[in-house]
Every structure is written in C-alpha cells, then in structure tokens.
Design a protein around this ligand. Structure first.
Ligand code: FBP
Length: 309
C-alpha cells in the first residue's frame, strides 16, 4: 500500500542530504512497511546465522527455521520492516513472497570454521536488484587485520549499490587485532565502529548494544572529560547515536544470543530511551517456537512504537 510519508520518515530522509532519489525511495520502502510503518523506527529479521555460526547452532532449537519459507513467513506475519539474509536464502523465497516484505541482501559472509577475521563477498548489487531488494548489507570488522580490505570491498560494493538505487547497511562488529572478547562490545569500541560505518557511507548502521567498559586507554580521558555517567544502557545508546553523525544516520541494535523475553525487552526499552532507531533481532526470534516468536516481536515493535506492551 502506498501513501504519504509521515513527518518522522521525511525528517529521517532529510538527514541524507544529496543522496540519490532511488536510494531515498528504497529507504522509504523499508521505513513505510509493516507495523513500524511511518514511525521512523525499524525492526528487522536477520537470518545469516546459518552462515556465521552454522546450521545446528542456528536452527536446532526450532527446526522449522531450517526452511527459508518459514523465516520469510515469520518476518511477514510479524509485520517487520525487512528480512536480511545471504543470497541463497533470499533466492529460496524472493519469488514466492515478492512484494510482501522489503529484502536486504547480506552481501558478505563469514563462517565459524575459519580463524581469520574477514568476510567473503557473496552477493552483488545486481543480485540484490534481481531479488527485488531495497538494500544491500555488509559486515565490517574494525580492528581486524583484514579491516582495510573489508573497507575497500564495502566502498566498491556500496558505490555500485547506491548508483543502482539501493540503500546500504553496515553491520559494524569490531573484532580481531588487539581487541579481546570484552573489548568488542566496549562503549568506545562500539561507538568507534558506528562512526567508521557512517564515514564509509552507510545509510543504516547495525551494532551490538555496548557495555560500560572503555577498552582503549587513550579514549578513557576523552570520556572522563564529558562527566557523563555511562552506567545506564540508555546513556550508552545515546552516545552511540552521537557517533552515528549525531542522529543523522539510522542506527539499529542487534538482539544477540537467545535469552528470556524479559531481558530482551529490557534491552529494547533502553534502546528506545537512548534514541536508537530500532532493533535487528535474529536468534531471539527464529530460535523460539513460532507463536512465542510472534508474541515477542509484537512486544519489541510495541516498545519501539511507545505503545503499551
Ligand atoms: P542476532 O539477533 O541473532 O544476534 O543477529 C544479529 C547478527 O548481527 C546477525 O546478523 C549475525 O549473524 C550475528 O548477529 C553475528 O553475531 P556474531 O558476529 O557475534 O557471531
């Protein structure tokens, strides 16, 4: 269904000064779809974990999700903003469900069998267009020994995508190099990853909710200087939004490993209160039985919409 853009969506599109009309139309298509339609917030289902973590770790707890049609239907029935997945999964449903949900082609992929912190290019702008996608997505690993090659690959892919009217999403996941596991989600590191993604030209940036740790000793002084207390997640989210061009880029937060509903929803409330643009929730959706997943997704959407849960 078409319709007039809401003030919230117009305001967001205005943040992308000078961007091509085709790209803005693609962003609008995602922002004007499903339950979050017109709110300026997004809730997206990512299903690339089969690649990143392997099939059993991803789907054994809810075997229905081995079937690509299941995840298409989950995203559609939940009224989500978009479905993001690698080319093979999208190709298995893009025709059958054409026009029912905006699609995002996850165009690079890693697997947990390798040791190098890198991703292979597994899709192109042309692939995305053929599948009817609105956007293309890339992971970057700031900090990894392969980071500069990843940045160059994203630059090339993003340029081609934008020239073809596709929006660009960057999954900014610092890891490798000097970072240990805790450092990957430290506040300064997540903010740094967000900023690098914005500087690389992402329209939408996806990061993990940050912890209160400051990993880089040199950054500590800068944070101390602000006098801001980052104990509350809400405050840390607000800082990540600053790093995303002070709210001029759409920044959404990933769901992480499957947890209790209450823990997921508490985090989503902090994302909302910190001014985050939404959530991208995979395992906490498709690893639950369908009815439970739909109910949790309903509540996640309600939180972001500021409705009664
Ligand atoms: P989840 O909600 O399942 O965490 O999905 C978000 C996501 O970014 C996926 O797109 C991706 O497969 C996964 O997290 C990667 O997580 P990690 O890099 O920590 O293995």
């Amino acid at each position: 269904m078409g319709g007039t853009l809401t003030p919230a969506v117009r305001a967001l599109l205005d943040c992308y000064d000078g961007e091509r009309p085709g790209v803005k139309a693609s962003l609008a298509r995602i922002l004007m779809h499903g339950k979050m339609r017109g709110s300026g917030k997004l809730v997206i289902l990512p299903v690339d974990q089969g690649f990143e973590h392997g099939p059993a770790r991803s789907f054994a707890s809810n075997p229905a999700a081995y079937d690509p049609h299941y995840v298409f239907e989950l995203a559609i029935e939940a009224g989500l903003s978009a479905l993001a997945a690698p080319i093979g999964l999208l190709a298995a449903g893009a025709d059958r469900y054409a026009g029912e949900i905006p699609l995002i082609l996850k165009a690079n992929s890693a697997n947990s069998l390798g040791t190098v912190k890198d991703e292979a290019i597994t899709g192109t702008a042309r692939d995305a267009l053929e599948l009817g996608c609105s956007a293309i997505g890339y992971t970057i690993y700031p900090g990894s020994d392969r980071q500069y090659d990843m940045f160059e690959e994203v630059r090339a892919g993003a340029a081609e995508a934008k020239a073809n009217g596709l929006a660009v999403i960057i999954w900014a996941y610092p890891r490798g190099g000097v970072l240990n596991k805790d450092g990957e989600t430290a506040l300064d590191v997540v903010a740094y990853g967000t900023h690098i993604a914005a500087l690389l030209g992402a329209h939408i940036i996806k990061v993990k909710p940050p912890t209160a740790l400051i990993a880089e000793p040199e950054a500590r002084t800068a944070y101390d200087m602000t006098g801001i207390d980052y104990t509350a997640l809400r405050q840390r989210i607000a800082h990540v939004m600053q790093a995303g061009f002070d709210g001029r880029r759409i920044v959404i937060f990933s769901g992480g490993p499957a947890r209790e509903d209450a823990a997921v929803l508490a985090e989503v409330r902090a994302i909302r209160d910190g001014g985050g643009h939404g959530s991208i929730v995979g395992r906490n959706a498709f690893q639950r039985p369908r009815a439970e997943a739909l109910e949790l997704l309903r509540q996640i959407c309600a939180v972001h919409l500021g409705e009664n849960e």
